[in-house]
Design a protein around this ligand. Structure first.
Ligand code: ADP
Ligand code: ZN
Ligand code: ZN
Length: 727
């Protein structure tokens, strides 16, 4: 009988598994599946996961693995099944899928983290130590907090920054100690606001669905109290001893959101996001795996956390583009959450004021339960929207006189305004007024943006930076002028116009670093003031004193060619408009445009997002685009165009040969909408089919063959299943 060998998924760009013998003096058996292994690979060492244990093929001598890392499988059950499914669905090598899904520490082979949730409490000596500590110092503050009961580390992080150093000192003196507290024993606190009728109906429907798979679309206008509904449903899930996973968009995970969850739920709320240290990610992963942690709020990659006691999955702002990974394995966390919900037999709650057309179509077809919250909670009125036609009106820094007057009136009333422009920097281009030359990025087919009031040029596509030339390189003229308007320029103009008002700019430049967004918003305070910013302002944080939203940047988005551009713009406009006026303050929205008759704007004004969707869905259907057609985009890049054409033509031939009679349409090879980016040429081939299984069946046969094409050696290629956009 041949010996058993280990078939290992390794993080390398090959579709295959790699075969190894067990380390010396060990024997393989099926118990190795799901365990990590350290193996030699060429001259390197890699960490992989055993995907199968099979009889070794007689012919080939195999190398021995170096070390079995996990005594028991790290990956098992539903999560392991889902990850294998995802690798197949996205046509990614299993090893790369696993590398994407696992926290980096685990990926690199670190032992599983001790997941116990540590609580700190006073020792007997500590209970009477307070008077001996200096008033106003951190140790004293910590002792005072702990005097009310033991506290977990996440709560202390939130409540008492810098507490760790104090805790170490106090522990050294025997005044505090740590204990592992059974998280399951904690129960959520009662709701602080009574749900209104619509909220209660939604809560009842979700609670009724607990215990089985059910996608639920919570379609509720901004401020309608969706978060309260999530919290109530999660609380019920906790009472039943289950775990809840809450996915939030990349910029939705604000300290404000977390505080709300922690205060309401009364159990430790774990988080996963890009700003977290590697060790912390590994700890959270383990805590979920052991069932120690009960609630996880996280961004995209949190969808890969183990959920052994799953009760509910929530996806907040489910339409948000950040749920789709845009490099490496291009997975959709939203779609994977649904796959997991089905496997785990739990409801998946998708919340949004502007649901993705995919979700709306599914709800309308009866595949999702459709719950609506049509009105703002607590009796707040919807904002009044007015279009400001700026054709032939004098603009300065892109702002019309009407808009300036409205801002002045808002400040006069002691309220706050938001000026939305989806373009960071000072201006989108630098133009020679004499000859028409514009500053272009040397590595991209794109204009350089002007930043820092004209002192810097920056490419928004590759990050290249340059100093502005002293004179026009074409004609030698000196009339170089920033063209158009970005957030920086608006900030400058408003500072001149309203010198006494507080002005805060929120865009990628001003919010760098953890809590950058919060720090900026805190600067605004409670008094009269103006926020100027990009789409970062479209969601999240509650701004109770905001009564005016001025949109000055819609026109750029009205004429984009991408099939999802209209949907994105409609979502953005509705989301930004929704920021105006909450609670007792009616809000006002001004839409400044050169295209007041554009159908998208007219539709939104007449019937809001719902009417937009009513019109957009039939258009998608006619064009065979999602959710009525299924897409896969093969992208390729190289220094020259010829190899791209050759590779994609060969790929197309393969697809045609493999497609048979199945309904499949191929578009391309075509240059990408932005042909050159970061010095590389980009081409693509689009596959579409009205049938998902037909498309998948083709990809199953086609993708492995792409690796072996000789033309593939001269290009970098990637496959995007269910692409969000086509560039
Ligand atoms: P959404 O997530 O739908 O935008 P939130 O849950 O953030 O809405 O609620 C918006 C505001 O309304 C919050 O300030 C919240 O405290 C308040 N709110 C929610 N539900 C109620 C309710 N039933 N009664 C009074 N106020 C409520
Ligand atoms: Zn010139
Ligand atoms: Zn560039």
């Amino acid at each position: 009988m041949p010996a058993l060998c280990l078939r290992v998924a390794l993080p390398v760009p090959r579709p295959d598994l790699f075969d190894y013998l067990p380390p010396p003096a060990q024997t393989a058996d099926p118990g190795w599946v799901g365990c990590r292994l350290r193996v030699p690979f060429g001259r390197r060492q890699l960490v992989g996961v055993v995907a199968a244990v099979e009889p070794a093929a007689e012919a080939r001598p195999l190398r021995e693995a170096l070390e079995r890392i996990d005594p028991t499988p790290l990956l098992a059950g539903e999560l392991w099944q889902t990850l294998q499914w995802a690798a197949r669905y996205y046509h990614a090598p299993l090893g790369e899928m696993l590398a994407t899904a696992l926290p980096s520490r685990l990926r690199e082979g670190a032992a599983r983290h001790d997941s116990r949730i540590r609580h700190w409490r006073l020792t007997e000596a500590g209970a009477s130590a307070r008077t001996g500590l200096r008033a106003g110092g951190r140790p004293r503050a910590l002792v005072e907090r702990l005097a009310t009961g033991s506290q977990d580390e996440a709560t202390l992080d939130e409540a008492l920054p810098g507490w760790r150093a104090a805790a170490r000192t106090l522990r050294g003196r025997g005044l505090v100690e740590t204990v592992a507290v059974d998280a399951a024993a904690a129960l959520p606190a009662a709701a602080t606001v009574a749900p209104n009728q619509a909220q209660q109906a939604a809560i009842d429907a979700i609670v009724a669905a607990l215990g089985g798979f059910q996608p639920i679309l919570l379609d509720g206008v901004t401020g309608s109290g969706k978060t309260e509904v999530y919290l109530e449903a999660i609380a019920e899930c906790l009472r039943r001893g289950r775990q809840a996973l809450v996915l939030v968009p990349e910029i939705g995970l604000t300290p404000q959101t977390l505080r709300r969850f922690r205060q309401r739920l009364g159990v430790p709320v774990e988080t996963l996001h890009s700003g977290l240290a590697d060790g912390e990610r590994a700890r959270v992963w383990a805590a979920m795996a052991d069932g120690q942690a009960r609630v996880l709020v996280g961004t995209r990659s949190a969808v890969f956390c183990p959920l052994p006691r799953a009760g509910l999955i929530v996806i907040d702002e489910e339409h948000d583009g950040s749920y789709k990974q845009q490099d490496g394995v291009r997975y959709s966390a939203r779609d994977l959450a649904l796959v997991r919900g089905k496997a785990l037999a739990v409801p998946v709650l998708l919340g949004s004021a502007t649901p993705a057309l995919e979700s709306l179509a599914a709800a309308r077809a009866g595949r999702y339960l459709h719950l609506r919250l049509a009105e703002r909670a607590g009796g707040a009125k919807p904002p009044v929207v007015r279009v400001v036609d700026v054709r032939r009106r004098p603009l300065s820094a892109g702002l019309s006189p009407e808009l300036r007057e409205a801002l002045a009136a808002c400040l006069q009333r002691g309220e706050q305004a938001l000026v939305f422009k989806n373009r960071r920097g000072y201006a989108p281009a630098l133009l020679c007024h004499d000859c028409g030359w514009t500053a272009q990025c040397r590595r991209c087919d794109a204009a350089l943006s002007v930043h820092r009031a004209g002192r810097r040029l920056l490419c928004h596509h590759c990050g290249a930076e340059a100093r502005p030339p002293p004179a026009c390189p074409d004609c030698g003229g000196l009339a170089l002028q920033p063209q158009g308007t970005g957030t920086e320029r608006i900030e400058e103009a408003l500072t001149d116009a309203f010198p006494a008002a507080r002005l805060v700019r929120v865009d990628r430049e001003t919010t760098r670093g953890r809590d950058g967004l919060k720090a900026q918003l805190d600067r605004l305070g409670d008094g009269p003031g103006i926020l100027v910013g990009t789409q970062m302002l479209a969601k999240g944080h509650d701004l109770p004193r905001l009564s005016l939203v001025a949109v000055v940047g819609v026109d750029e988005g009205l004429f984009s060619a991408d099939f999802r551009a209209g949907e994105r713009l409609a979502q953005l406009l509705v989301q930004v408009a929704g920021r105006a006026g909450r609670a007792d303050r009616p809000g006002q929205v001004l839409l400044q445009t050169h295209h007041p008759d554009h159908p998208l704007l007219l539709t939104l004004l007449a019937g809001g997002y719902r009417l937009f969707a009513d019109n957009a869905l039939p258009e998608r259907e006619a064009a065979g685009f999602p959710p009525f057609g299924y897409l896969a985009l093969l992208r390729a890049e190289a220094l020259e165009e010829a190899p791209l054409r050759e590779f994609l033509a060969a790929a197309r031939e393969l697809a045609e040969a493999g497609a048979g009679a199945r309904a499949l349409t191929l578009h391309g090879p075509l240059p990408a909408p932005m042909l050159r980016r970061a010095g590389r040429m980009r081409w693509q081939l689009l596959l579409s089919s009205p049938s998902r299984p037909a498309l998948q069946a083709l990809l199953d046969r086609w993708t492995p063959a792409l690796y072996d094409l000789k033309q593939a050696r001269r290009v970098r290629w990637s496959l995007d299943v269910d692409p969000l956009d086509l560039y």
